[in-house]
Ligand binder design. Structure first.
Ligand code: PXL
Length: 274
């Protein structure tokens, strides 16, 4: 048998199962890649406080990565919540010393409930140490805005300009995600030469917890399987759009996207690529 491609996520644990490591591993499984994880922090999330972040030690992070690389190896890697400058520097060094080719960096900063997932003093390290090692970065509008010093972004032209302006940070590809704007969900990819847009219909739902994690995990999975950047983004956006369409909630809290939706309903949203 051909073994499945291998992907490792370096991210935080989201106890509720919608986001973080949990969303990444569910996505990997759905897309038939072999999932591995390095837990950077445990988030015992609570709407009213950000004191529930329990960072792991740098030693624990290095040990998890070393174990996964020794026992399995990886064809792709994704980063999610890293939280501190020290963790970012450690992870950047691990990536530098590895031979992993496909690096997806989701510059996770703030959770849906305004929980702080990246310290203010870590943004410089993210920009200078990690982003330059990325095959692709996947900021949403608030993240792109912060990386650009607090720029206002309200339409697709703003997303395009942001992607162009983030490119010099050193990632091979920049994907600015417009899910938080009005109208259709348009994302903009820039590879230093060409702008490509990916459009899905707007889905009216509040149950989008972990959508960003799921999207970037799917990109990482498709890259590890050997898809081109454009095709990986298109397929991943289709996967996450279907997951969002079938999102649900067990309680009064914002619920998860449904990671199994593409498989369970055997449907995939069409994405317009331009
Ligand atoms: O959705 C962003 C995110 C990423 N990682 C962890 C999270 C969240 C959101 O809550 O908890 C660990």
């Amino acid at each position: 048998m051909n073994f499945p491609s291998r992907v490792i996520t370096i991210a935080g644990s989201a106890a509720g199962g919608s986001a973080g490591i949990q969303a990444d591993l569910k996505t990997f499984q759905e897309l038939d890649v072999y999932g591995m994880s390095v837990v950077t922090a445990i988030v015992g999330r609570h709407p009213e406080t950000d004191k529930n972040v329990h960072p792991q030690t740098l030693e624990a992070i290095e040990a998890q990565f070393a174990t996964a690389m020794k026992q399995v190896g990886a064809d792709g890697l994704k980063t999610g919540m890293l939280f501190s400058k020290e963790v970012i520097e450690t992870v950047a060094a691990l990536i530098k010393d590895s031979s992993i080719e496909n690096i997806t960096v989701d510059p996770v900063m703030i959770g849906k409930l305004d929980s702080k997932l990246l310290r203010d003093d870590a943004i410089d390290a993210l920009m200078n140490k990690l982003v330059p090692r990325a095959t692709i970065i996947t900021p949403n509008v608030p993240e792109a805005s912060l990386l650009l010093g607090g720029r206002d972004m309200t339409n697709v032209d703003d997303l395009k300009q942001a992607a162009i302006d983030l490119y010099p940070l050193g990632a091979d590809n920049v994907l600015v995600k417009g899910g938080r704007l009005e109208g259709p969900a348009v994302d903009v990819l820039y590879d230093g030469k060409t702008i490509t847009t990916f459009e899905a219909p707007r889905i009216h739902t509040v149950n989008t917890s972990g959508a960003g994690c799921t999207y970037s995990a799917a990109i990482a999975a498709y890259l590890a399987k050997g898809e081109s950047i454009t095709e990986a983004v298109r397929l991943a956006k289709s996967f996450v759009t279907t997951a969002i369409e079938h999102g649900f909630s067990y309680t009064e809290f914002v619920g998860p996207t449904y990671h199994a939706a593409t498989r369970r309903f055997d449907e995939a949203h069409e994405i317009k690529v331009n």
